[in-house]
Design a protein. Sequence first.
Lengths: 112, 108
Amino acid sequence: DVKVTQSSRYLVKRTGEKVFLECVQDMDHENMFWYRQDPGLGLRLIYFSYDVKMKEKGDIPEGYSVSREKKERFSLILESASTNQTSMYLCASRRQGSYGYTFGSGTRLTVV
Amino acid sequence: EDKVVQSPLSLVVHEGDTVTLNCSYEVTNFRSLLWYKQEKKAPTFLFMLTSSGIEKKSGRLSSILDKKELFSILNITATQTGDSAVYLCARGENDMRFGAGTRLTVKP
C-alpha cells in the first residue's frame, strides 16, 4: 500500500522555536507538496518541489522554508515559530505528469 | 491569481437526502478539476474531471464539469451518516490549488 508518512500527528512548540515537519513517501514520486489547512480557508499551498533539491514557493511561503535532499523526503521548516502558524499541516506527493495526489495524515501543530 | 470557490461552506441534511456541492474556478490553462473527501485525516481522492459534460460516477456519488461556465458539481444521492466529511475541490495544475471546502453533516 503506497504511503505518505508525516512524522508527528500532534506537535506543541513554543514561540520562537525552530520547527521541523518531516514527510516521507515510498512511491518514488518526483513531486512533493506542503499545505496548511485552516477552518474556512481550505488547503493553502506553502511550498512544493518538482524533484530532489528543487523547490518552489506556493501561495503562503512567508515564515517557512523547505528542504528536499532526498527524493523520498520533503521537510518543512518553521524558522521561528509564531502563534499564527498554529494549523494542520498536510504533505502530499505525486508522480510527475499524473494528476493523482497522495496525502499524508497531517500534523496538527500548536504554537504557544 | 487562480481561484477555486466552493459553496456552500457548510450543509446539514438528513439521511436519505440528495445534496449538490458546487465548485467554481477561475484558472488560466485549465487542465483538470479534482474532488476529494476529507474525514478526520488525509483527503482521499474521489474524481478527476477534464472534459465538459461527461459525468463521473462512483456509487451514490457523481460529478460533472462545465468548462464553458467554469464550474463543477458533486452530487450525493441517498446520503448516509458516513458521508459526513469536508468535500474539497481543487484545480489540478502543476501545483494543486484547493477551495475552502464544504463541510457536510448528515444527521440520522
